[in-house]
Write a new protein. Sequence first.
Length: 407
Amino acid sequence: MLFFALLFSFLSFNNNVTAQDGKALFSANCASCHHPVKDVTGPALQGAESRVPDKEWLYKWVKNSAALISSGDKYANEIYNKWNKTAMTAFPNLSHEEIDAIFAYVEAYKAPATDAPKGDVAAQETDNTWLYTIITLLLAALVFVLWRVNTALDKAANDKQGLKTKKTIPLTRNKVFIACAGVVLLALSGYWVANGSIEMGRQQNYMPEQPIFYSHKVHAGINQINCQYCHVGAEKSRQAIIPSTNVCMNCHMQISEYTGDPLYDYEGNEINGTAEIHKLYEYAGWDKDAKKYKLKEDGAIDAKPIPWVKIHNLPDHVYFNHSQHVAVGQVQCQSCHGEIQEMDEVKQFSPLSMGWCINCHRETNVQFENNDYYKIFTKYHQEIKDGKREKVTVEDIGGLECQKCHY
């Protein structure tokens, strides 16, 4: 029972709490230390109500386990010693109904089937460029055929009436047609060359296959893990930093199987979440059965780096600082990366072009309030105070100067 209290570290709800609420709370707050039917950091919780002396004892344990242990309670001290005398957090504000809801979910829990049928997969976006090209060519061919038919009918009608048909000049000798065609071809060629040059090096919607299927939807969305817990550099340095394996293992030392909704890759193939966690163990050198790291002969951990594929790349001549945007500018991750908390597989959401950055600097208001970094702009603060200015954009504080990003 060592970590029973961790099951209840969530906000107070109304007294009409259900087992369904218990599932959501368990998944969001307790899964890192507990499993309904397996011992992890804390004990398996299924059947816990039948193991404790009575329900009132359980309520006391959750609300203040330290007090129960200090009182000399025999069973409390037995559990405390069994689980290495780890201190537990007291939760005196939790109601009995909340505690009951958690255990209602735990008691009703059933391990998911390993061969669950594949569900419907949302239709993937497709590129219709070739379809539109074919339709355009077919329409052009139809126009040409109709033009030829119309010309033939005019000639037949003139011959029937004895009228002289005007001699048709071949298109290859028609100066007007040649001039118009030349202008059109020049314009199209210029567009293709310019557009190709502009798009060179860009990779919007780039979604490479990663060595481990990592779902941001599961971690940042469903389980509400803060982006900066993994990407620690986003707030403090230029680079957001790809998290090291030990950051993953902080949670996955205990979470060895995936029990959430079915996962699918971009092509609609079902992903075995538990197998992906075990891939992490292979890279980390973790023995999931012995619950310890595998060691080499020299005593070092038998681990290897995960070869993550970088998605967002800027040219070498571009300077971008994450901390300047996240910590100072208080820009949300979604502004550049899209609804990352809804992505199973991450893609490059924004074009990351110079025009895109400039437009953002022109339109984005600077977070002047409660931001000590901008105290030096006394003129703008005074204008806002006097009612002469409603907002300050990044452009106003020099965000369009070339040297800000190229130096």
